[in-house]
Ligand binder design. Sequence first.
Ligand code: C6P
Length: 418
Amino acid sequence: MSTIEKPQLDLNQIRNDFPILKQTINGHPLVYMDNAATSQKPKTVIDSISNYYSEYNSNVHRGVHTLSQLATDLFEKSRESVSHFISSESSANIIWTRNTTESLNLVARTWGEENLSSGDNIVLTSMEHHSNLLPWQKLAQDKKAELRFIPVLKDGTLDLNQVESLITDKTKLVSIVHTSNSLGTINPVKKIGEIAHKHNAKILVDGAQSVPHEPVDVIDLDCDFLAFSSHKMLGPTGIGVLYVKNSILENMEPFFRGGEMVLQATLKDATWNELPMRFEAGTPNIADVIGFDAAIEYLNKIGMSNIHNHEKSLVEYALKQFKKLDNVTVYGPEDAEKRGGIISFYSANLHPHDIGTFLDSYGIAVRTGHHCTMPLMKILGVPATARASLYLYNTTKEIDVLVETLQEAIRYFTHAKR
Ligand code: C6P
């Protein structure tokens, strides 16, 4: 669809669907720009969780009674919705976890344990979130494998010239963040995946910041693993997703062992349940899986391409407005086409935490800190950044409020230092 044809989002209607956005913070209307940390939830999501507990609270896959069957049907319907949402082969490829972090650890502790040997390597990037770094550090230490990193260039993109030489026949896994939570950069994971596959390596995509914001199709990307979290895409906390390609999933050993993941058990041994239940030992987070379905329904109703286009135009606008600010560096690519709705910035004159506190006094929520990407902060040469991260309900008017308040903060702190 061309830009001209693209339907505009009905922001009044959308904002109306999110009860939390109606409040004031410190006497100012809430401007919520901490969506990369966690998104807000529409009323339909909140209601669906509450309905589960008030109308059909029951365990899943375990009961013949009516409530248990209803809960099981809605629990599995959510899995179907997620499967459609990322165009996966089937719902059997969707494993529920607690969050992206658990999904990544699951791959490291199952597939990684089984498939890595001494002398192998894992290729990451220097912009990874700690959740896509620390599990591989541990695995590499245990297996005497090597970690390799695709460097980040000054413009916040990856040095793609190095990819061909970093990925070799000794590479078992390439694990890459799709959209950087600290830079906003959208990485060419499909292209990097093609190179990985040429060497028979697997490609894992950390989709924590991409799946909530743009259409992601696992078949088109041809990724072997995809990890993401419900709470960053209008859904509840406590639910994550791990997508695994069929050929790999069938041979993966379970992560946790216990109830529900077992087919037959004797006192000495056990065999495993069908996929994906094999990876879901114990009573799952039923209410939040069902709440996640309502989030997916909401996102589908608005349309992921529409959300992506909306954020692209917000970022384009924000990047222009930020140019008005003296001595403020914005990280990540200048071209809005190459980035998601994340604006990380730093000013040598202002500590990011001071910026965060100042903005909060005007009702503006941003995140400050290293954003769980300490190695990247070191590369950028800053201790931390302030980060505004946008979503479907943010407006250009809110960006104006952010930039005007930042101007005020610069004036205030410059004056205070004199
Ligand atoms: N980033 C942020 O404010 P969890 O916490 O498991 O749902 O997601 C972990 C994670 C993994 N990868 C990326 C790219 C992420 O951005 C995150 C979460 C949040 O940037 C919290 S640190």
